[in-house]
Design a protein around this ligand. Structure first.
Ligand code: RAM
Length: 331
């Protein structure tokens, strides 16, 4: 709880003890910090956070982030949020460690700090909300590729930034199960930095370097769309299958063109909603971020924190030509 909020509560209590009406309390301000602005995944999450704020009442969401996916940009954003004395910061980090000092400063000032989507090292946050089990996501992305390669083949990974916590963990989990796919070779991992143009160029590079490439796994909603476009533009539809994690709204064209046979994702609206619910519960002292704690999360039920004060939500869902039309208008 921030000093301002404690003071307001104290004054409100004093006013009611004196028999006057309680002072109207300032809204709780929760900052939802994206890896970068202009990414549809984070915009969908922000819609969910707004929904949570409307349910909670007297709560304001400040949706913000840097213009590109850098830790330096996020540190500037964090410092400005500290100066604005927000009540809570919920961040999807571009680097698990580089943002820690700025977030520790925020916590020292009484600001609640959580990470969601892409985690912060435990010393820089109170809890982390993962969209799903990391292992399950890692297993899902390779299975999506393998399901369309019955005889095996060559696959490459197009990731986000090289320091991104979530993509790095998912790729590590994928690597752990590669012995289940002896006929599949991962020939390269490249980084598109969650920028459409860089992801497109990196994909062109993969296609040129590996003319017999069979699939590209892009565990990023920005990278997967750019990769599908590059494959289509190179006339490689039917040869190189683009898969990974994407939004149905952004991937409908790639499914239609055949550049992607299938991909997966969880519900980003629910993720943003849950992050906001947790930030509110911690900032209002309705819950505390301790191992084993169960935190109520509105229409999503509750989450339980593990020994590292992390919680995971639901399973990723697979989209293909059979269901894309149903979901492309949702997120
Ligand atoms: C991008 C971001 C985000 C990730 C999704 C799948 O939007 O990298 O962190 O969760 O892809």
């Amino acid at each position: 709880m921030t000093f301002n909020r404690r003071l307001a509560l104290g004054l409100g209590l004093a006013a009611s003890l004196l028999g006057t009406s309680a002072m109207a309390q300032d809204p709780m301000r929760i900052a939802l910090v994206a890896k970068s602005l202009g990414n549809g995944f984070f915009e969908a999450a922000a819609r969910g956070a707004e929904e949570a704020a409307a349910e909670l009442g007297n709560t304001e969401i400040i949706y913000t982030g840097p213009t590109s996916t850098t830790a330096e940009g996020q540190i500037e954003v964090i410092n400005s949020l500290i100066a604005q004395r927000v009540d809570a910061i919920a961040i999807s980090a571009n680097d698990p460690d580089a943002v820690v000092p700025a977030l520790q400063k925020a916590m020292q000032r009484g600001i609640t700090v959580i990470s969601w989507d892409s985690g912060v090292a435990p010393e820089g946050r109170e809890m982390h909300l993962a969209p799903s089990s990391d292992a399950l996501i890692g297993q899902t992305i390779i299975k999506l590729a393998a399901d369309h390669l019955p005889e095996g083949g060559k696959v490459a990974v197009l990731s986000a930034t090289s320091t991104s916590t979530n993509q790095n963990v998912w790729i590590a989990e994928m690597t752990k199960v590669m012995d289940q796919y002896p006929d599949i070779e991962v020939v390269a991992t490249v980084y598109g930095d969650d920028l459409a143009d860089k992801s497109y160029r990196e994909t062109q590079g993969l296609i040129q370097t590996y003319p017999d490439l069979d699939a590209i796994i892009a565990p990023t909603s920005v990278g997967i769309v750019a990769a599908a476009q590059a494959v289509q533009d190179a006339g490689k539809v039917g040869q190189v299958n683009v898969t990974g994690l994407g939004l149905p709204s952004e991937m409908a064209g790639a499914i239609e063109s055949g550049a992607s046979k299938s991909f997966a994702i969880w519900n980003p609206v629910d993720l943003g909603y849950t992050a906001a619910m947790i930030a509110h519960a911690l900032a209002s002292d309705a819950a505390s971020a301790e191992p084993g704690a169960e935190i109520a999360t509105g229409r999503m039920g509750s989450v339980t924190l593990d020994d590292e004060t992390s919680a995971a939500m639901s399973e990723p869902f697979t989209y293909d030509a059979s269901n894309i039309d149903e979901f492309k208008s949702v997120f």
